[in-house]
Design a protein around this ligand. Structure first.
Ligand SMILES: [Zn+2]
Length: 261
């Protein structure tokens, strides 16, 4: 009788597994610290250490305490692209005021057309997504004909709003360069929380340069895409954040700050 029961159990369990669509059992989570509008408003004090960040993912983008450079995490290593264009690997006790990370498990891969711009790349990737209403994390790797990036210099208190900082941001131009882009694509309805559309950070293959991507032209690149269903947000326990008016719409500032225009 036990054997029979076990057989019935195994059969019904298999049936259950097969009846779910591929995504249903998946609980992929992106974890985000703070909100983009808080960063826009000058809340730059670090709220999570690199050590803590790594508990939530091995890939992602963000910035550092006091806005000290652009952050990129790839293959579990955190890189800082400083305002002078150099790259450092910050220690585990350095902190971030804003970052979004996940454990990368791409569910699709797509070769992108050669010679396309950042706007065309966005359209091409949009074209292979099953819906635009989820968050996606991307790893775009290969050779680029052109990449233009920027970084941000470390700020001191009282912190100026981000739009003031990016008005004098240093930019870096790369030509015929090999490297990797880590990106997050958020739906428009997430405005205020994260950047609507594509937010991309670049690191050269030698790990010596990179930054927040302003423009690019592809050569031979492949995009790996991870669809994210769960959104986990951790807010700053910090007086600057408590006092900030986050009810106003900062969309225009976000676009200006992120696109460099
Ligand atoms: Zn950025």
């Amino acid at each position: 009788l036990l054997k029979k029961l076990r057989a019935v159990f195994i059969i019904s369990f298999l049936g259950l597994m097969c009846s779910f669509p591929a995504y249903a059992g998946e609980a992929k989570t992106i974890t985000q610290f703070s909100t983009i509008d808080a960063l826009i408003g000058g809340v730059y004090d670090g709220i999570a250490s690199i050590r803590q960040l790594k508990q939530y993912g091995d890939i992602g983008i963000g910035t550092f305490d006091a806005l000290n450079g652009e952050m990129m995490m790839v293959d579990g290593i955190v890189y800082r692209v400083s305002a002078d264009g150099g790259v450092q690997i910050p220690g585990p006790d350095e902190t971030t005021p804003f970052a979004a990370v996940t454990f990368f498990e791409p569910d699709r891969e797509s070769s992108l057309p050669e010679n396309i711009s950042m706007q065309e790349l966005a359209k091409a990737v949009d074209g292979v997504l099953p819906t635009l209403n989820f968050v996606y994390v991307l790893r775009i790797e290969g050779t680029f004909k052109k990449v233009k990036t920027r970084s941000v210099p470390k700020q001191s208190k009282p912190y100026p709003p981000l739009i003031k900082v990016t008005q004098t941001q240093p930019t870096f131009d790369f030509e015929n360069v090999e490297g990797v882009i880590v990106g997050v694509r958020c739906p428009g309805y997430m405005k205020g929380i994260n950047v609507p559309g594509y937010h991309l950070h670049f690191l050269t293959k030698d790990g010596k340069a990179g930054g927040h991507v302003l423009e690019l032209t592809t050569d031979h690149v492949v995009a790996k895409i991870d669809r994210i269903r769960n959104f986990h947000m951790i807010l700053p326990e910090d007086s600057d954040f408590y006092k900030l008016d986050l009810d106003k719409d900062a969309s225009r500032e976000v676009t200006a700050v992120e696109s460099g225009k």
